[in-house]
Design a protein around this ligand. Sequence first.
Ligand SMILES: [Fe+2]
Ligand SMILES: [Fe+2]
Length: 471
Amino acid sequence: MSSPDYAEKIPNNVALADDRRLQRALESWQPNFLTWWETMGPTLPTQDVYLRTAVNVGRDGWARFGHVPMRDYRWGIFLAEPSPDRRIAFGAHQGEPAWQQVPGEYRAELRRLIVIQGDTEPASVEQQRNLGATAPSLYDLRNLFQVNVEEGRHLWAMVYLLHAHFGREGREEAEELLHRNSGSADAPRILGAFNEETPDWLSFFMFTYFTDRDGKYQLGTLKESAFDPLSRTCEFMLKEEAHHMFVGTTGVDRMVERTAQVMVEHDTDDAAAHGAIPLPVIQKYLNFHYSVSLDLFGGETSTNVANYYTAGLKGRWMEERRKDDHQLTDDGILVDALIDGQITRTEVPALTGLNTDLRREYIADCEGGVKRWNRILDGAGLPHRLALPHPAFNRKVGAFAGIEASPTGEILTPAEWHERNSQWLPTSTDKTFIRSLMRPVYQRGKIAAWLAPPRNGINGQPFDYDYVHLA
Ligand SMILES: [Fe+2]
Ligand SMILES: [Fe+2]
């Protein structure tokens, strides 16, 4: 492993300079990436932004902070440090040395997994491109751009793997990653949730809480991969991903905090009258983002995922901490099911139920957010509570795709759903109201009326720091 060289065109810790062919291939992809960034990335013109840039992967500091023009951001290629003698932790190859090269028999599957992960990274940048125009503060604007540049770096991470390990097909896939676009009619992004708009900051905070968190769990399974370069890539991406989770978690915290403040101060549930977001509207956005994110985990059962596991391509969340045989050939799992029109559970082989296993880990994690937000309401002396909707609510994928259910899991007829879903999902009136709140606040130390300021700034800087210089 080489130490990163920042003088190079593409900063990296993969000794790119020793592989001229690969270096040239990536350098010829680089201008296409920059064109994509200029045309599909953030639309708000800026001079520079106070950004974190990955410069190393070691324990003693992996990032540096400074004001940089976004187009000069150093998107680099970083893999976590190798663990010497790493062994495969699960599946048919358990105990064998991890692979440094792609085994021919798994080439197509590994490429597919990398492409699907890679596709989500630029997609979210595209979804969020107009948010700068309505940023509630310079601090939030900076966080948006931080997430954006790092999703760009995650695209680099996947493109590096495609170029380095999948030959001509890999290079073609890397081009395709720039050609598909979020919401495009003829070349959409691969996964549904990544073709939804992120039109406002309430959606952005919900997206970074719920949808980026799906990404965290997907990366967690790829981090277990027997294919060591993929494992190490994902391990480092997870480090950056933690900040994206932070933006979502604290974004919703601060929204709820502000709403609670207004409700207490004016002794009313009508937060809207005082420029804050009413709790029922926050709940509707939560319902939407949570349910579309549950769909990202796929069907309750999947033979593909069972095969990926057995082959060693993709493990479970925290695979090595699990106390079982890491083969799962004799185990079962209860998965959600619809039987005779009733919401119930049914037992299937553990291997085919791995999507359910991962989704459950994710749901437990999401419950943590709801607990936090309810603590804020409780602390303000309010009896109101937020809640995760039932897994059957608003699903387009899996056992519940064919039915409609309420957030409490009551099965509804199509007529009932039609009549009542405006209580549970954002309506055009809600969206118009949210849009009316989205006015940019670009003065240092100021913040929009619907959001509480953060407790701390970024990297020890105060909230009123000049995080962004607009053009
Ligand atoms: Fe990412
Ligand atoms: Fe992310």
